[in-house]
Design a protein around this ligand. Structure first.
Ligand code: ATP
Ligand code: MG
Ligand code: MG
Length: 380
């Protein structure tokens, strides 16, 4: 079966790697160059998007910021999953908030901002500090401001006004202000839903961010009440979008209660540990769901950790001397802060995992790989 993935980054690459044994052949549409390429070799296929759409069996996406014309073409074909509503919801925080409100899934209190007065209203109704985000196109913490005191309002509004003004009628730019949540930690849940509505959900993962970017995910036994809240949110949101594929939901945990931060209608960085911590990874389950195959087991087989490689050079090959440590390199051009690869590590139990992380911490400098030693110490 041939599958076209919109987007040609590491997520399409990992889908391609895991699709091969199932005879699912992935081609990627590189939105920048408008070319159809092989996600591993980057070989260019002399094919237009329209031709690719007609030759493949299924179309899916590795990102939510898909240009409207591309999305329309894919939807018209009747082959696109998870569907237009899901992509629109993941790609626009105001639509996402509507869905969360409608389904009664708790999320950070917010106010939409189109003029300066709304910002002042947000300050008085939600209280400082606020996290202000562009509704469209943000990722890895980009397109965000932190409003901590009233004297910042003018300067931040000036930047926001510029952003709003740069929108057009067909691509409006809007802004949302959220209450800054004093969370105890951040977690996420990833699950797959197939075309018949069957659902399989992975264990909730704890996520550590540095400067707005995910740096480390920890998948160890999770409190049952937390898992249940995440499963509830997953079921409500995926059902209401009639979702097909893998869906990720990011949460803030505050005193044992989950509040949604955002959703991603795709495979997700915080699910990369499933490549070795489970029998069927998020990439395989996503492909299975969109291809109409039975979903695979999502139970954790071993406690696992995923460490992101952000902008650094090659992963030290020394890490491979540790059992159950695997390095994943995406083959992208290096840029400061860019996601270049990740390291997965798993072990029989938490203390064995802690010991492996301690060994890794000696090989991976703290400034480049934050949180490895601290996480090791917590597990030991
Ligand atoms: P991603 O790469 O996950 O798509 P993004 O650019 O869409 O990132 P968010 O997930 O909305 O951004 O925010 C990035 C991080 O900023 C969050 O993981 C969290 O650490 C922090 N953050 C965002 N919103 C809030 C909030 N309302 N209160 C507290 N912290 C927040
Ligand atoms: Mg996001
Ligand atoms: Mg996020």
């Amino acid at each position: 079966m041939n599958i076209l993935v919109l987007g040609a980054g590491q997520l399409a690459r990992m889908m391609s790697l895991e699709g091969a044994p199932l005879d699912l052949n992935v081609r990627a549409f590189d939105v920048g160059s408008q070319k159809i390429i092989h996600p591993l070799t980057h070989q260019v296929f002399e094919q237009s998007l329209g031709q690719a759409i007609s030759m493949v069996d299924v179309i899916t996406s590795e990102f939510e910021h898909i240009p409207d014309d591309v999305l329309a073409l894919c939807c018209q074909s009747g082959k696109f999953y998870p569907g237009k509503a899901a992509i629109k919801t993941g790609g626009d925080r105001s639509i996402e908030k509507d869905l969360l409100d409608k389904t009664g899934v708790p999320s950070a209190p917010y106010q939409l901002i189109t003029e300066k007065q709304h910002l002042l209203d947000a300050v008085s109704q939600l209280d400082l500090p606020l996290v202000i985000k562009t509704c469209q196109a943000g990722y890895d913490g980009k397109g965000q401001w932190r409003l901590k005191s009233l004297d910042q309002v003018d300067a931040i509004w000036a930047e926001m006004a510029g952003f709003i003004a740069s929108g057009t009628e067909s691509f409006p730019h809007t802004i949302i202000a959220e209450k800054m949540i004093p969370f105890d930690r951040e977690v996420s849940v990833i699950g797959a839903r197939d075309k018949e509505g069957n659902v399989k959900i992975y264990p909730v993962t704890e996520n550590q961010h540095t400067n707005g970017v995910l740096t480390l995910s920890l998948a160890i036994e999770m409190d049952e009440k937390i898992q249940q809240q995440a499963v509830d949110a997953f079921n409500k949101l995926s059902l209401s979008m009639n979702y097909v594929g893998v869906l990720a939901i990011e949460f803030f945990e505050v005193s044992g209660t989950l509040m949604v931060n955002e959703i991603a209608p795709r495979v997700h960085n915080s699910g990369h540990w499933t490549q070795q911590g489970t029998a069927c990874s998020q990439f395989e389950n996503h492909l299975r769901a969109v291809a109409g195959l039975p979903l695979g087991c999502t139970q954790a087989q071993k406690p696992s950790v995923m460490i992101n490689v952000l902008g650094q050079g090659a992963i030290p090959s020394q890490v491979l001397t540790i059992d159950d440590v695997k390095s994943h390199w995406y083959g992208k051009t290096q840029r400061a802060g860019r996601k270049m690869g990740h390291i997965n590590v798993s072990a029989e139990d938490n203390s064995a995992l802690g010991n492996k992380l301690l060994q890794l911490a000696d090989m991976l400098p703290e400034q480049d790989y934050p949180g490895v030693r601290l996480t090791a110490e917590r597990l030991l």
